[in-house]
Design a protein around this ligand. Structure first.
Ligand SMILES: [Fe+2]
Length: 618
């Protein structure tokens, strides 16, 4: 038996992953245990969980693999800061301090964190090898072109490669600071959203705008060549020298200072979002074409933070040269832990990779599971009032009844998801046909005011009846966007059309019902789809089938089980606290149902505020 523990840490989104004889046994992000969003510390609790899941002690781990090479990153920082000195001295000093503390002595630091019992070897893989391995090795393809698109890793920010059987090879690199991810992050920052988490919001804002800054961006900020390579004009950016992303020249280009995060979004911001989104999509298509030319392989796998841009992914699938695309669901740095472990198994230890008709990601349900008896004991300790369903049919009947009544249901089933999206293990579900669902979920559950619709989960076999996703393709990890089909769209009144066009309050625009599933339809009719199938998620499939049988609609709203700024819930206690802390109507933990109407404990406003105050706004 060969045991490999992959680790990503010390940048953002720390995680651990256990691979035993080539099988992914467990993977989880540290934030889920520590309850600190994007926790970047050593993933102690994620490692402990992986060992528990594998029934192993640290002494039984042969290889611990760290997802990047510390010295290469140090070189990059040094060269960058020297090139920009002296203006970068302040942040250089800060970065160096961190480095001297943790990263320079990384092997010792890791060994110390692992504890005395560890007797195996510590291995370092390259950051982009880790991403590439996380994209290719778990994919269903025997042969695939590989594209990794990152914010910033080591030297490379974009890599083009090829995977065949149990090997992968990186063929071409684009180097720091010329990065699509950083360009997107710079605009995210400029529009008043948080770098490393607000990119998703910027993508959601894009459909409100017209890409009228696209040429400006192409003329000044990025030189995108025919072969997919690109150069950024560093005269507009500040991320090499400073602690912000953009400088005055950048601000002048877009006609003003960055947006204050709390201020209103103006049409200008929406147009900038639409423009950077269009530029990103063009770049991804150009890179895709070049990659196809280089490899002549018609399957594509993707990883790296930019691979979470599901709008661009959808376009790449529809308009690009590839027949099929597989995207690593933990596309960001957390997934590096998984890639590092699989890279070690296949590439370094030269172990074969058997052919497989489906992917090896197991639905990304790689986190902790809680047995019913355990949940019951935990609920009793918390003094909760609950009832147990007599059978799965009984459970599904109850939940479908609640959903049809417009109730919002916390859905906690099986192993927690690995990656940023909730896929039906730690989800909040609702009826997508309801015109109020979007506003209700945002205000009463998420405590945010959002201009973005929610994502739908849909029975895979019915997806093509609702969305423009052909039946040969699936989107099991919510990483593709496709339009709602014409036949489900509804005609707008003149008044609604006027709201859609120029209401300054984006919530009014998004709340105009444009389809028979308004809660999941964006203003441009697009939807961020998760296709659900029996193999990956039998219980959610059964629920969708039951809902479909009663309503004719095989779609549910699926949003992550958390409030704004909170990491997705991990344990039954996390879920119960979130249930009490919000206006969620029901909580389903495996076969156990809790109803808000039966909660006797007074959930007073101060305790609710206290609960919400723990989490930093994102
Ligand atoms: Fe990365």
């Amino acid at each position: 038996m060969t045991t490999i523990l992959g680790i990503s840490a010390f940048y953002h989104d720390s995680a651990a992953c256990l691979v035993v004889d080539g099988v992914i046994v467990a993977a989880a992000q540290e934030e889920r245990f520590s309850r600190k969003k994007h926790d970047a510390g050593f993933p102690h609790q994620a490692v402990a969980y992986c060992l528990r899941e594998g029934n192993l002690t640290i002494a039984e781990i042969e290889y611990v693999v760290f997802y990047e090479k510390p010295l290469r990153k140090l070189e990059r920082l040094l060269e960058t800061y020297l090139a920009f000195a002296p203006s970068g001295l302040r942040s250089f000093g800060m970065a160096m301090t961190v480095f001297l503390k943790e990263k320079m002595r990384l092997p010792q630091v890791i060994a110390r964190h692992l504890g005395e019992g560890f007797r195996g070897s510590i291995v370092f893989t390259d950051h982009h090898e880790s991403h590439a391995a996380s994209a290719f090795f778990p994919s269903p393809f025997d042969e695939a072109a590989i594209l990794t698109l990152d914010g910033v890793g080591e030297w490379s920010t974009t890599t083009l490669g090829i995977g065949r059987g149990n090997r992968l090879e990186l063929l071409r690199h684009l180097q720091f600071p010329h990065s699509l991810g950083l360009l997107y992050s710079a605009v995210t920052y400029y529009c008043g959203f948080k770098v490393n988490s607000g990119e998703y919001k910027l993508m959601g804002l894009a459909p409100y705008g017209t890409p009228r800054y696209k040429d400006l961006i192409a003329r000044h900020l990025i030189d995108l060549r025919e072969d997919g390579s690109f150069w950024l004009d560093m005269g507009y950016f500040n991320y090499c020298q400073g602690l912000t992303m953009t400088n005055k020249r950048f601000h002048d280009l877009f006609g003003g200072p960055p947006r204050d995060p709390e201020s209103n979004l103006e049409q200008r911001h929406m147009d900038i979002a639409a423009s950077i989104q269009a530029v990103t999509e063009d770049a991804m298509l150009a890179i895709g074409r070049e990659l196809f030319r280089l490899t002549n392989v018609n399957k594509l796998v993707l990883a790296g933070g930019v691979a979470l841009n599901c709008v661009a992914n959808g376009r790449l699938l529809r308009e690009g040269p590839f027949d099929d695309i597989w995207i690593q669901p933990a596309a960001g740095d957390a997934g590096g832990s998984l890639g590092a472990a699989l890279f070690t198994w296949h590439q370094l230890l030269e172990k074969p990779r058997p052919r497989s008709a489906t992917d090896r990601q197991q639905g990304s349900f790689l986190g902790p599971r809680f047995e019913t008896a355990d949940i019951l004991a935990r609920l009793d300790r918390a003094g909760a009032i609950y009832r147990r369903a007599a059978s799965q049919d009984d459970l599904l009947d109850t939940v479908v009844d609640l959903l049809i009544q417009g109730k919002i249901v916390g859905w906690f089933q099986g192993r927690m998801e690995f990656g940023p999206r909730a896929l039906g293990a730690r989800s909040i579900l609702g009826d997508p046909r309801s015109e109020q669902m979007q506003a209700t979920m945002n205000l009463k559950i998420k405590f945010r005011e959002s201009f973005r619709p929610f994502a739908p989960c849909v029975l895979r076999d019915h997806a093509h009846e609702w969305f423009a996703l052909d039946s040969a393709h699936e989107s099991p990890y919510m990483l593709l966007v496709a339009p709602v089909l014409d036949r489900h769209r509804v005609a707008l009144t003149t008044e609604q059309r006027a709201t859609m066009n120029d209401d300054p309050d984006l919530r009014n625009r998004v709340n105009v019902p444009r389809s028979s599933i308004p809660a999941v339809t964006h203003v441009d009719y697009s939807a961020r789809i998760q296709t659900v199938d029996e193999t990956r998620n039998p219980r959610l499939t059964a629920l969708l089938q039951a809902f479909h049988a009663r309503t004719g609609c095989p779609v549910l709203v699926n949003t992550s089980f958390n409030v704004r700024g909170e990491p997705i819930v991990c344990t039954p206690e996390d879920a119960y606290r979130c249930f009490l802390g919000t206006e969620m109507d029901a909580l389903v933990l495996e076969d156990i149902v809790l109803l808000k109407t039966e909660v006797t404990e007074t959930v007073d406003p101060t305790s609710r505020e206290k609960y919400l105050a723990q989490f930093q706004l994102d």
